[in-house]
Ligand binder design. Structure first.
Ligand code: NAP
Length: 485
């Protein structure tokens, strides 16, 4: 019998309902970041395989678009049930390839199922309009229809749920999809092929290719059959895809990088703020786009906050994500460790004080200590750069206006958080912050019912909420004339 984590580990690509290898037969290795072990291989596909996946998706679209909204909704409900029936197996696979704790992996798989269920419900509500006509003998209808073939590219930090937020609305809208998961965490992406088969989703509706990012991305952006690209990843790659997609004027959704501020005012509930800070910083070892990048703390509460945050960081249990009780797993690879180290070195050189952690963990490999740096200053690199690791820099501010200015002083605009018990301040600060997601006295706020997405260079479009299906739909205006009234 297969180990539970192996049940959904598929080492092939999924094209037109068939499990296939790369044309060349070439493969890429996949590692477990906690142990360094090679846990399997995936096909190194490129242009030709991607083109075939797009053609399979287009062929499937011609019939899938005619399936009723109710039937698509039922398919998504079955998909939700298959995910939840296999939550443990999918969570173990995710933890094994990504490193996050089993607790977080179970949560991510549960969240994936929740997105699918939400879009099963939204599939039935893609309403159009009947608009009062300025002409007595004509009528105006506004209808919504699926855009067609959608291409999805996803990152390694949430390999299951980032695809759920794309596959769910695509199927709900009547689109078909070609997905390219991140090379470091491909199995949670390929698992969607098995899940789709089990849920009875027709062949060709979901296709998944792995391999050369530039070849797959090049074909996706050039191919005129692809009508929409949905990307989650770095701002750098997002900008490249935007440029490439301009040639065929595709619809685009971009969920890109962040530089989240976390503001703590003198009147905050300190213990609640520290609890929120730990969740908003160290979740997934600091490797999420909504992780706090900068703690901004008002002067009177500054010392106490730093002390409590350092204590709480020191108490986090670091270990293999597969061991029950682990709170922080390894970083994704040694490049990530080096990047975190160089940011700490830069901060210390410029006057930062390490008050918790600060170095590689004694477990070795890519494990790193949860780190808190007091006396953070604007000149330090993490003021502008996304950390994507377990470092919590703490800056000091004096006034509310200064805090809002500092928080907004970035090219990014994804998530932000602030803690205050003053209702007037809560409204002023909330309205002053230029961010797509705002947590007021809460450090973890993502939920399927609400629109997730950034402002400024953090992206375009929304995922989740009723807004999340809009980008998968084209709006059509129909004028019916000659009614002779
Ligand atoms: P990344 O380097 O941009 O990679 C993301 C995906 O893009 C991967 O599948 C990658 O493939 C692919 N890719 C890379 N170069 C490409 C190219 N030239 N053409 C087409 N595809 C290409 O990002 P990452 O390091 O995986 O993820 C971290 C970033 O994602 C952070 O900046 C984080 O903030 C952001 N993120 C944003 C959100 C959000 O919702 N806003 C959520 C999660 C993460 P390979 O794996 O094969 O290189």
């Amino acid at each position: 019998m297969l180990a539970i984590s192996e049940q959904y580990k598929k080492q092939a690509n999924f094209i037109g309902g068939e499990w296939v290898n790369a044309d060349s037969g070439e493969t890429l290795d996949v590692n477990n970041p906690a142990t360094g072990e090679i846990i399997g291989t995936i096909p190194k596909s490129g242009k030709a395989e991607t083109r075939r996946a797009i053609e399979a998706a287009q062929a499937a679209f011609l019939t899938f678009r005619k399936i009723s909204a109710l039937d698509r909704s039922k398919m998504l409900r079955r998909l939700h049930d298959v995910i939840m029936d296999n939550q443990e197996s999918l969570a173990q696979l995710l933890s094994m390839e990504q490193g996050k704790s089993l607790f977080e992996a179970r949560g991510e798989v549960g969240m994936s199922a929740a997105y699918v269920l939400w879009y099963a419900e939204e599939a039935r509500r893609t309403y159009g309009d009947v608009v009062p006509s300025p002409w007595a003998d004509r009528r105006i209808l506004v209808t919504k229809e699926p855009v067609g073939v959608v291409a999805a590219i996803t990152p390694w930090n949430f390999p299951a749920s980032m695809l759920a937020r794309k596959i769910g609305p695509a199927i709900a809208a009547g689109c078909t999809i070609v997905a390219k998961p991140a090379t470091q965490t491909p199995y949670s992406g390929l698992a969607w092929g098995l899940l789709a088969e089990e849920a009875g989703i027709p062949a060709g509706v979901v296709n998944i290719v792995t391999g050369s990012a530039s070849e797959i991305g090049g074909e996706i952006t050039k191919n005129p059959l692809v009508r929409k690209i949905t990307f989650t990843g770095s701002t750098e790659v997002g900008k490249l895809l935007l440029k490439q997609a301009a040639g065929t004027v595709k619809k685009v959704s971009m969920e890109l990088g962040g530089n989240a501020p976390f503001l703590v005012f003198n009147d905050a509930d300190l213990e609640r703020a520290v609890e929120g800070a730990i969740a908003a910083k160290f979740r997934n070892s600091g490797q999420t786009c909504v992780c706090t990048n900068r703690f901004l703390v008002q002067s009177k509460i500054y010392n106490k906050f730093v002390e409590r945050l350092a204590e709480a960081s020191d108490a986090l249990k670091v270990g293999n994500g597969m061991d029950e009780g682990t709170q922080q797993g390894p970083l994704i690879d040694m490049n990530a460790v080096e990047s975190v180290e160089s940011m700490i070195e830069d901060a210390v050189k410029k006057g930062g004080k390490v008050v918790a952690g600060g170095k590689r963990h004694s477990l070795g490999g890519s494990f790193f200590e949860p780190t808190v740096i007091a006396n953070a200053k604007a000149r330090m690199r993490f003021t502008k750069e996304e950390i994507f690791g377990p470092i919590a820099p703490v800056y000091k501010f004096k006034s509310e206006e200064e805090a809002i200015d500092l928080a907004n002083n970035t090219l990014f605009g994804l998530a932000c958080y602030f803690y205050t018990q003053d209702l007037g301040r809560a409204y002023r600060v909330m309205e002053g912050l230029k961010y797509g997601l705002v947590g007021v006295n809460e450090g973890v706020i993502t939920t399927v019912e609400a629109p997730f997405g950034g402002m400024k260079e953090s992206g375009l479009g929304k995922e989740g909420g009723h807004q999340g299906i809009e980008d998968y739909l084209d709006t059509k205006y129909v004028c019916i004339g000659g009614l002779g009234m």
